[in-house]
Ligand binder design. Sequence first.
Ligand SMILES: [Zn+2]
Ligand SMILES: [Zn+2]
Length: 724
Amino acid sequence: MDFKKLSKPLNQDYPNLQQHLNIEFNKIQTSWNELQAAYTNQIVRLQDLVIRARRGDIDQNYIPDALKDDQDKTLAKMINDCNDYLNAWDQKEQLIKDLVQKGFKYQNALDRNIKSGDDQQTLNGKLSTSDNRTCVICSNDNLYKNNSSRWHSLRDQLLKQREEDPQLQLIYVDFSYCSYKLDDMKVFSTGEAKNYESTPQPMSSLPLVQPKSEEIMNVLLLGESGVGKSTFINAFVNYLKFNNLQEAEKNTIVLIPVSFMMTTGDNFEEHLVKFEGKDDLSNEDHEHLGQSVTQHCKSYVFTLTDERSRGRKLRIVDTPGIGDTRGSSQDDANLQHILTYINNLTHLNAICILLKPNNARLNVFFRSCFMQLIDMLSENICDKIIFCFTNSRPAFYTPGNTATPLKALLQSLPIKTISFKQENTFCFDSESFRYLVARRNKIVFNDIEEQEYYDSWQKSSKESGRLIAYIRTKISTGIDPNQSYSVKQAQLKIYLMSRPILESMRNILRNIILSNVSKSRKVSLKLYPKTIRSPIAICLKCPRESIKIAEFWFTMDKLHVFINNKCRTCQCDPSDHYPIDYELVYKQTDDLSSKSENDIMNMLNDLCKTSAEFAHFLLESGGSSEHDPFLLGWKRMIQEEDDICAKKCSYELNFKLMQELQQLKDGYEKTKREMARRKESIELVDVYKKIENMSKCEMIELQMVAIREWHKNMIIYYEYEVPT
Ligand SMILES: [Zn+2]
Ligand SMILES: [Zn+2]
C-alpha cells in the first residue's frame, strides 16, 4: 500500500526544515500523525470485519462494499495530500540545503515579522541587518518555480560578488509563508548600493557603512538566575523604542516569552499573564520552568533612536544565569561558554551586572565571575563594568540593601578599580513592562495603579537614556577580548585546540599504518574539516554509518540539530550527545607527505607531548582532572575504533589503529603523571609559544579555521535583530 512507501521518507531527517521552518514542519508532522491514526483505525476496522465474516456474523458478500466506503476514500485522499506535501518538502529541504551549503543564511520572512500591509519603508527596515556588507535576496517558492532561470542567475550574481568580497554576508529571505505578497524577486544590499540589471525596481538602498565611531555597542549582561534578566531585556527595548507609555501600549515589543502572576484592584485579584515572544531560542526554557538547562549566549540587536545615537546599533548579550541549580561546576561551564562567546565579538564596550535591590546576600559565584573576567580581559575591563538594578521601585529606585554586600565584594577583590558609584549605577523597574503585557491580556487597572505604572515608566525610561549616554560618552572605546594575554585566554585556546590536535594524531597514525602495510602502494589519507552553520551534536546512541576509505573504516558523523540542550533530530537523552564545532571529512590522496618517516614520528611525539603539557597546564591553572579534554578525546577515539572492530568485517587496520592509539594514550598519561609528580609549572609565555607552534601545523590550523568560522556562525545563529 502507498502508506508503507510514505512512512519511510517521513521518518527521514529534514534537518534544514526543522531548523528554519519549524512551525511549517510541525504542520506536516501533525497531518502525518492524523494519517497514522486514521490508518490504524482502518486496519482495526478491516480486521474486525474479517473476524466477523469468518465467524459468520456478517455476510461475506458485504465485505467488498464495506471496503469501498467513505473512510477508505478519505484515507486515500489523506495519503495523497501527504504525498504532495512530502514532494514539496523534499524540494524545499534540497533548496535550503543548497543555499546553506553555498554560504547563504536562510531566513523565513515570518521570523522578521514581515506581513501584508507593510509599506516599502517598513519592509526595508525589517530586512535591514546589523552587518555592514550584506546582500539580501527576497523570493518565494512560486517565484522560484515559475522563473527558475532568473532565480538562479540572481543567486549566481551574488555568489560571484562574494567571491570578490569574501566578507559579504548573503541572506535568502523566504516569503513563502508570510502574508506579504511578493510580486517579484528582489535583491538589495547594505553597504554600497549596487544595481542589479535583473531587478527592474530595486528597493531603495539601506544606510551606508557606518564610520568607526558609529560601530555597534556591545554590552554583556550578567545576572543571577531569577533576577529577571528576560523581563529586563523586554522592558529595556520598550524604554528605548517608545517615547511614552501610551505609545508603547499600542505596539508593545515582547522579545522573550513571559508569564507571571499579577494582582490588581482592592480585592487583590490574581491574574496569570502570558505572552509569547518572537524568539524561540530565548534563554528561558518555558517547558520546564525552574529547571535550568545549558543555554547559549544570545544577542539582541537594537537600532538606537535617541537624538545623539540615532542609527547606532546596540547589542545586548544575554547569558546563562549565575547560580545554576546544578551547582558550581555548571556555573563554571556557563562562564567558560560566556567567555568563549565574547572572545568572538570584535569588541566589548561594557559589562552590565544585573542585581536586585534589597538583596543582603550576593551569590558567591559573583566573586569568581569578577576574578575570571579581570583575568581574561585584564584590568582594562574594570572601568567598563556597570551595575543595573531591576525591580527597584520598592527600594525607591536605589540599590537598597544590596549596596553593602556589593561594596564588600568589590573591596575583597585583589584589584580595586571597579567603581560602584551613582555614575555607573542604574536603577530600573520592570513593572511598567508587566503592565503593558497585562494590558495586552485585557486586564483592567484603576486610576491609582495606572499612575504608578506611568511613574515607573518615566523613571526607567530616563535611566535607559542615561545608561546609553554613559556608554556612548564615558566608555565608548571597546576592547578586543581576543587580543588579551592571560591564563584564561590560554585555557580557552587550548580547549578549542584539543580535538584538532587529537584528530591530527589519529590521522598521522593512519598514514603510518598505511605506509607500513604496503610500501609499494602510494596512498595517504587527508583531513578535510568542514564548517558547521548551526548548533550541532553527535548522538552516541543513534546508529552511525561507517564508510571505508583506503582500507580504513570511518564512523561518519551524523549531525543532529541541538539547541538549548535539546536534540531536535532524535529522541535520545541530551546527555547521550556531545556538541561539535566542525565536521571532519576524509579523503584518499596520492600525494604522499614529503617528510621522512623519522620526521613524521617526531611530529607525532611532539603533538603527544604538547597535548600532555597543555593538559597539565589546564590542571595547574585551576581545571578539574575530570574535564581533561584530551583524555576524553583519547577515550572517544579508542571507543570509536573498538566499535568498528566489533561491528565490521576486515577491520585489521582499524584494530591496529586502536592499538596504536592506546599506546600513544599511555605515553600521554605517563608524561602527564611525570609532570604532576615533578610539580612542573609552565610559564604562560611558553604556553602561548606552544599554542602558536601548534597552529603552524597545517593539519591543525585548517581545523581551527573551521572552528573560528563556527563561532562566528553561532553569533549570527543566536542573534535577533529587533525590527526598527
Ligand atoms: Zn539519538
Ligand atoms: Zn540527537
